[in-house]
Ligand binder design. Structure first.
Ligand SMILES: [Ca+2]
Length: 177
């Protein structure tokens, strides 16, 4: 259940970086990279209205104008950033409750925390998106962040709340496109 038979379409891992010519839409490329077995289904679907969330086999969630996908694998923060960039996306950075819920669906499914695209700025206790822009949505766990300059990254707990954390743990890779 949940894990498709990969023998027919090859491994759906991140080493599969080839993007077929003619596939311009990042979401579709992401679908192919992250979930080869679902790619063909996505080709024939359309992005839903902004108030809808579409979930395909639990590994791709489209909400609003973003597509979230997981590799189903864990890696540290820097590794997550690299993997998501290589797939023409970026590490998941939920900017509202629905996007947070989309990331949470993976965290729950794999029962594994995920790093978010949020890091501590120069001032301890103040966190920004990787672009350097300040957060416009937060979902901190009670009393977090409390690393005070020692926990530069942010992970999502299995209840969807956030915790500042050192960046070297293995966490579920979740990207957005
Ligand atoms: Ca913390």
């Amino acid at each position: 259940m949940g894990i498709p038979d990969r023998k027919q379409s090859g491994p759906a891992n991140t080493s599969q970086q080839r993007i077929p010519p003619g596939r311009k839409q990042p979401g579709f490329e992401a679908a192919r990279l992250f979930n080869a077995n679902q790619g063909d289904q996505l080709q024939h679907s359309h992005l839903p209205p902004t108030d809808k969330t579409l979930t395909l086999n639990g590994k791709i969630v489209i909400t609003g104008d973003k597509l979230f996908a997981t590799t189903e694998k864990t890696v540290d923060f820097d590794g997550t950033v690299k993997i998501c960039k290589a797939a023409h996306g970026s590490i998941a950075s939920p900017k509202n409750a629905k996007e947070n819920a989309a990331v949470l669906s993976f965290v729950k499914q794999f029962n594994t925390y995920a790093y978010l695209g949020i890091t501590e700025g120069h001032i301890p206790g103040y966190f920004n998106y990787l672009t350097g822009k300040p957060l416009n949505f937060t979902n901190w766990y009670e009393n977090e962040p409390m690393g005070k300059g020692t926990e530069k990254c942010v992970e999502m707990y299995t209840d969807g709340t956030w915790n500042d954390k050192v960046c070297s743990y293995s966490r579920l890779t979740v990207c957005e496109f």
